[in-house]
Design a protein around this ligand. Structure first.
Ligand SMILES: [Mg+2]
Length: 272
C-alpha cells in the first residue's frame, strides 16, 4: 500500500519487517529511571528532600538522559556498566550540591537497590503490545536493536512479554553499537529482510535515525510531542496514556532530518 505523504514528501514505504529500538521506544525507561533515581537518592543523601524542585528536576533529567556522556564512555569500552552507573550518580550528587560526606555514591545502593527499583518500574508504553501484535499478524518480521548488553536487554524484553520477538541485537554482539551499520544489518539478516524494505523505529536521532539511514534502512523517528520536557517524577503517574485511545496518526516525512516521524508507535498501524 502506498499513500501520499503530503506536498513534496515521498510515498509511504513498502516494508517487510521492522526493527525497534527498545529503551524509550517500546519501553518507558525514562519514567522508570526517574522513579528509581528518587527512591535511591533518598537513601544516598537524606538532605535531597531540601533541594529546590528545579535543581532536583534538572539533576534527575541529566541522570536519565546521561547528559555527561558516561553511558557513551561505557559503549566505547572506557567504563564498565557498573562504572557508568556510579559516574552518573556522582554527577547527579554534584548537581544537587550534596555535601562531601554524601558525595560519593554508595555502590550497594546504585548497583543493587537502584537496579531492583528500575526493574520494578519497567513497563511498555500503553500501545506497544497491541501495535507489535498487529505488525506480526500482518506477516511482517519484528526485531529489536538496542545499545545495551544483549543478555540484559533480552531479559528485559522477556519480562515485558516480548519473548516472542526472537531477533534482538545488543551492543555487545554485532561488533559495534548503533549508529554503526553492523547491528542494523545483523537485525535484517536475522529477520531475513532487505535493509531497504526494513523500517527502523527509534527515539534517538543520532543512534537510531542516522544509523538506520547509513545502513540503508528506512528511518522512522519516534518523537513524542513532549520529547525533551522533563517529567515531574513526584507527580502521580497517569493510569493510561491519553494518546493510547486516539486514532493512530500516520508517520509524516521530515524533510529537514530526512526521516519519517511519528508521535507514537501506533502510527505504524496506518502503514499495515
Ligand atoms: Mg532509545
Amino acid at each position: 500500500m502506498s499513500r501520499a505523504a503530503g506536498a513534496g514528501g515521498p510515498s509511504a514505504p513498502a516494508w517487510d519487517g521492522v526493527l525497534f529500538d527498545l529503551d524509550d521506544t517500546l519501553l518507558d525507561l525514562r519514567t522508570a529511571q526517574h522513579a528509581a533515581f528518587h527512591a535511591t537518592m533518598r537513601h544516598q543523601w537524606a538532605g535531597v528532600g531540601g533541594v529546590a524542585p528545579g535543581v532536583l528536576a534538572a539533576a534527575v533529567e541529566a541522570f536519565a538522559t546521561d547528559a555527561d556522556g558516561h553511558y557513551d564512555r561505557y559503549l566505547a569500552g572506557e567504563l564498565t556498566f557498573a562504572g557508568q552507573r556510579l559516574a552518573r550518580a556522582r554527577s547527579a550528587l554534584e548537581r544537587l550540591g550534596a555535601p562531601a560526606e554524601a558525595a560519593e555514591p554508595l555502590q550497594a545502593l546504585w548497583l543493587t537497590d537502584y537496579e531492583d527499583e528500575i526493574r520494578a518500574h519497567w513497563a511498555l508504553f500503553p500501545a506497544t503490545a497491541d501495535v507489535l501484535a498487529a505488525v506480526r499478524a500482518s506477516g511482517r518480521a519484528v526485531g529489536i536493536v538496542t545499545n545495551n548488553v544483549e543478555e540484559y536487554q533480552r531479559g528485559k524484553a522477556d519480562a515485558l512479554g516480548l519473548d516472542w520477538v526472537r531477533v534482538l541485537i545488543g551492543s555487545d554482539t554485532a561488533g559495534a553499537p548503533k549508529p554503526d551499520p553492523a547491528p542494523f544489518l545483523a537485525g535484517c539478516a536475522r529477520m531475513g529482510t532487505e535493509p531497504a524494505r526494513t523500517l527502523m523505529v527509534g527515539d534517538s536521532l543520532s543512534s537510531d535515525v542516522a544509523g538506520a539511514r547509513g545502513a540503508g534502512l528506512v528511518p522512522v523517528w519516534l518523537a513524542p510531542d513532549d520529547a525533551g520536557v522533563p517529567r515531574d517524577a513526584t507527580a502521580p503517574e497517569p493510569d493510561q496514556d491519553p494518546a493510547a485511545d486516539a486514532a493512530p496518526v500516520a508517520p509524516r516525512w521530515d524533510a529537514e532530518r530526512e526521516c519519517w516521524r511519528m508521535d507514537a508507535v501506533g502510527g505504524l498501524l496506518t502503514w499495515l
